[in-house]
Write a protein that binds this ligand. Structure first.
Ligand code: LIP
Length: 287
């Protein structure tokens, strides 16, 4: 996914002079996203309070999904269908809806499902509005704590009403770096090998368990950088825009955009050194 400045018409050296007509401005889309995400987070939190139910597994026996994941996504899809008929929605649990609208909504109903399962207060509703594959409005809401991060393309990133400025760290060896691991044992073994080589080259590593919240933490300077292999669009569509609008570079390795093989979010001064080390360690490779 590539974050370009659709609102200002900026894409590399190509300028366009008008915001595309997709029936709403980013600020309007953000208002819808916040309304829907808050209601969805309330559902996630109230269902957790009643106890976790309907637990099944997906790709492996540790890749869990709960009745709350499914209920929250159904709620988000229904709410967006009422507010923005014709738009499409891509969600983790039910995939993509039909439609040919200019706006695609990307939702992770509960990002950090294992944290949710254990009652660790680090799980979020992540919701982004994309136009032509580019996120233009985003909200991440920690359903356990109520903390909320938002951004619009070109409009900055916020935690509540506080505008965010990410780390400006210039030394990779001084950087606190967050990451995460997949559910497949062979992939985790490869990720651990990468970490063994990286951990002596940075200040320290943190693993919190939800990509969207990791990206928001990086956006507010709680860590200097974040990287992870194997993310899906719903994991990073919203958090990636928030991190970018807070001043981080968000992309993949070797000049590629962020995607399932790798996402790196880092201050401009250390994005290159971190990405080069990750490429050297084959962090985007393996199973
Ligand atoms: C999670 C990601 C996290 C990753 C976890 C898991 P989920 O998403 O947000 O970054 O390290 O393994 O994939 O499965 O909780 O929606």
């Amino acid at each position: 996914m590539d974050f370009v400045r659709i609102v200002t018409g900026e894409k590399g050296d190509q300028m366009t002079d008008t915001t595309p007509d997709f029936g709403a401005q980013p600020a309007e889309l953000l208002a819808i996203a916040v309304t829907v995400a808050r209601e969805a987070a309330d559902t996630a939190r109230s269902m957790r309070a009643e106890g976790v139910s309907g637990v099944t597994t997906k790709s492996t026996d540790t890749d869990v999904v709960t009745a709350a994941d499914r209920a929250v996504e159904r709620q988000v899809v229904a709410a967006l269908g009422a507010l923005r008929p014709g738009d499409t929605v891509l969600g983790e649990e039910y995939g993509g809806t039909d439609g040919d609208g200019a706006v695609r909504w990307v939702v992770d109903p509960i990002d950090g499902t294992v944290n949710y399962l254990y009652g660790l207060p680090q799980y979020a509703v992540s919701l982004a509005a994309e136009v032509d594959g580019v996120a233009v409005a985003a909200v991440v809401r920690n359903a356990a704590t109520g903390d909320e991060w938002t951004a619009t393309l070109g409009g900055g990133a916020f935690r509540g009403k506080k505008r965010l400025s990410a780390s400006v760290q210039t030394e990779l060896g001084q950087a606190l770096v967050a990451t995460g691991f997949g559910y497949d044992a062979k992939r985790r073994a490869h990720q651990a090998e990468v970490l063994t080589r990286l951990i002596t080259r940075v200040r320290d590593i943190r693993r919190f368990g939800a990509a969207s919240l990791d990206l928001c933490l990086a956006a507010e300077g709680g860590v200097d950088a974040y990287f992870e292999k194997g993310l899906n669009p719903w994991d990073h569509a919203a958090g990636g825009l928030i991190a970018a609008e807070a001043g981080l570079l968000v992309g993949g390795l070797n000049g590629r955009p962020a995607g399932p093989d790798m996402l790196v979010a880092a201050p401009p001064a250390i994005f290159g050194p971190l990405a080069e080390l990750l490429a050297e360690f084959d962090a985007a490779g393996g199973p």
